[in-house]
Design a protein around this ligand. Sequence first.
Ligand SMILES: [Cu+2]
Length: 274
Amino acid sequence: MLAQVLLGLIVLSPLVAGKTHHVTVGGPNARQLLFIPSWLRANVGDEILFAFNPNNHSVTQSSLDRPCLPLGGGFDSGFHPVTIGTAANDRPTFNITVQDTNPIWVYCRQGESTAQSHCGQGMVFAVNPGPKHTNSSFRSFKANAVAEAVQLAASSPASPPASSPTSPSSNSTTPEVASNLDALNTTSGSNQDVINAINSWAPAVIGLLAAIMILLLGLLGVGVLMCIRRGARPGVSRRLASTYAPVREHVPPTDDGFREEPLRYSEPLRYSEH
Ligand SMILES: [Cu+2]
């Protein structure tokens, strides 16, 4: 009976409880404006658990066409300020459950409608985006976000920064900022996949290097220990036996006052030829 219940639970559990997908909001470095991973595939019933890294981000639902504006009736975590040094366990989290197989488009609304918009700097995320090289791919969504953020920043009345006294005309400031932002975004967009890959592999590589270092240090320690032990053991190799003590060479002078060269063992013995 018990075995049958257990078997039933094991068979049913994948259907009842979905998988939990972990997503980090913001990079390990507070300046990195991204979600890790930037997109994923999930089944209906799966949970997406967002954990906030230092900085002040939000997890806000948007749409493919308007990536940097909140979707009416969509979810929004609100802002979660996290100071640098906050322990991983103390960082705020936000979760959603996947209700259907439609794509879910998400952005961070920090700096919304300004040139500092996190969304405009590529801080977007998607669940079940369209296939690659299509208008509904994650790449397309992100490109839409960058383009939309520039428009929002340009059209927002609060966005143009105060013109500096040295600036020749205040009108030239806005397009300049916009084009700078565009250049920044193009660069960061093309490098984003590389950065994502580095971010996801960095802990493993650092761990491996640390393990190798520890192993080498361990081997060095064992070697030093063996040397010390060998040196300390009495009566082995380091002390010369008394029979090998150097003996002073004594050669008596010959009658004519000449000193004959002492015979060296290395010289071959010479015999008189008879
Ligand atoms: Cu953000």
